[in-house]
Design a protein around this ligand. Structure first.
Ligand code: SF4
Length: 460
């Protein structure tokens, strides 16, 4: 008879792509390891790393140092590092951290069971080989009650933005065959899932290099047509590759949520050029105007880097001005930090750290104001909410997301977790909303698989 499974703890740093990779790690190890959220009982401790900013990388190094104690207490525990830092450092990481057992890149996840087996035999393992196609994916098993799914549709990036390490650590861009993606989503919906987020470093260039040509928008159409899909999202998009066809899809596809994350990075043409972004501030603002025309309720979020080498106060004012014009609902903003191998790391004219910090503070004040303003606009209206779980603020409350991606907390029975409900927004807070379940509203779900009648059915 088989004994109880061993336990795997996976610590994830970074973006949704890494969250999806961590889920895949858990899946490929599922025959031998059950996931745990208690690191102190792990037989296998994996750290999935991010190298996009120096701060994220420093956190990984400090965690690795502190794990020496746990490793001494549990000498049989295997310790592994995956993801971008693993890919970037390879053997160097193994040499620097004596208590580390395995190092593997994003393309090696499917080989993880074999790596773990070798590490258990006392060997120190490094596997950072980059694939030359989208790596094969095992068929996913969906946990009962899963309502949201992250589905990776491509790997790598060909854009070589001058600040970004991704093309070096994740390799060139490879798209996953559309049939595999559609099957994975259909399986998820058949298991009761409601929301799907398609992931890639640059999803809107999806399809390049596939034997049968397909655009990202065509893939969205195929997925939108699947019965049972309530919400479709994607991340991350590059403004240059945001085609007219994709913009139009925001006004056409019923499941496509009214939210787009569109990283602008800077509002100064000189800096955008130095970043090798391939668009101007005018191009960006025109696309935003067109998006808002086809989808008036669209919520827009972005990424911004401040203090890129050579950024002057005038350039920074260009960013502040663009932020006001685009009226972002949400934004992630960071100080520039040089990354290994990237072209920007060689640029002179570094912006002093105190200037970077002061500009970031000014930018974040403005972004916070805009987010709060966007929240206040929602007050008094009813919105469809996908209930994701119990609120972190209070065990008495539920927590969910609007189609426009804002978080709302409201009172309601636990049975609503995983359901779509209508919620009236009662209070706006700087980073969240408070609501009340709207009386007498119901959402008919799933939609009938009738292509002639794809409208969402909400009645109040
Ligand atoms: S588009 Fe630019 S920022 Fe995004 S992953 Fe590719 S190189 Fe990095």
């Amino acid at each position: 008879m088989l004994g109880p499974k061993k336990k795997v703890y996976i610590k994830t740093f970074g973006c949704q792509m890494n969250v999806a990779d961590s889920e895949q790690m858990a899946q490929v190890l599922a025959d031998a390891y059950a996931p745990t959220d208690r690191p102190e009982e792990a037989d296998l401790y994996l750290i999935n790393t991010c190298a996009i900013r120096r701060k994220a990388e420093s956190k990984v190094r400090s965690l690795l140092g502190s794990l020496q104690v746990l490793k001494q207490r549990r000498p049989h525990m295997l310790l592994g590092v995956g993801g971008c830092v693993a890919q970037q450092e390879g053997e160097r990481l193994l040499a620097a951290v004596p208590h580390l057992d395995l190092v593997f890149g994003a393309h090696g996840i499917c080989r993880l069971p074999e790596m773990v087996r070798r590490a258990a035999q006392g060997r120190r393992v490094v596997d950072i080989e980059l694939a030359r196609e989208f790596p094969p994916q095992p068929r996913r098993r969906w946990a009962p009650g899963a309502v949201k799914a992250l589905v990776t549709i491509m790997q790598g990036c060909n854009n070589f933005c001058s600040f970004c390490v991704v093309p070096y650590v994740r390799g060139r861009e490879y798209s996953r065959p559309p049939r595999e993606i559609v099957t994975e989503v259909a399986d998820f919906l058949a298991a009761g899932g409601k929301e799907v987020t398609l992931l890639g470093q640059n999803v809107n260039s999806y399809g390049r290099g596939l034997p049968e040509p397909i655009t990202f928008t065509e893939l969205l159409r195929q997925i939108d047509a699947l019965p049972g899909l309530a919400r479709l999202r994607f991340a991350t998009s590059h403004p240059r590759d945001l085609s007219a066809e994709l913009i139009a899809a925001f006004g056409e596809l019923p499941s496509l949520c009214e939210h787009l994350h569109l990283p602008v990075q800077s509002g100064a043409d000189r800096i955008l050029q130095a970043m090798n972004r391939g668009y101007t501030r005018e191009d960006y603002l025109q696309k935003v105007a067109e998006l808002r025309r086809v989808c008036p309720g669209l919520s827009l979020s972005t990424d911004i880097i401040v203090g890129f080498p050579g950024e002057t106060e005038e350039d920074f004012q260009g960013t502040m001005d663009l932020v006001r014009q685009a009226a972002f609902d949400q934004a992630f903003s960071f100080k520039y930090s040089p990354r290994p191998q990237t072209r920007a790391a060689l640029l002179p004219e570094r912006v002093p750290a105190e200037v970077q910090a002061e500009r970031l503070a000014r930018l974040q004040n403005l972004l916070n104001e805009l987010t709060f303003k966007a929240h206040r606009r929602l007050v008094g209206r009813d919105h469809e909410v996908l209930v994701e779980g119990i609120s972190k603020r209070s065990p008495e409350e539920l927590c969910g997301r609007l189609r426009t991606n804002q978080v709302v907390n409201f009172s309601g029975p636990r049975e609503l977790v995983g359901q779509l409900v209508m919620v009236r927004i009662a209070e706006a807070h700087p980073h969240s909303l408070k609501g009340i379940q709207a009386e007498g509203c119901s959402i008919t779900w799933p939609l009938a698989a009738d292509p002639q009648a794809p409208q969402r059915r909400v009645s109040c």
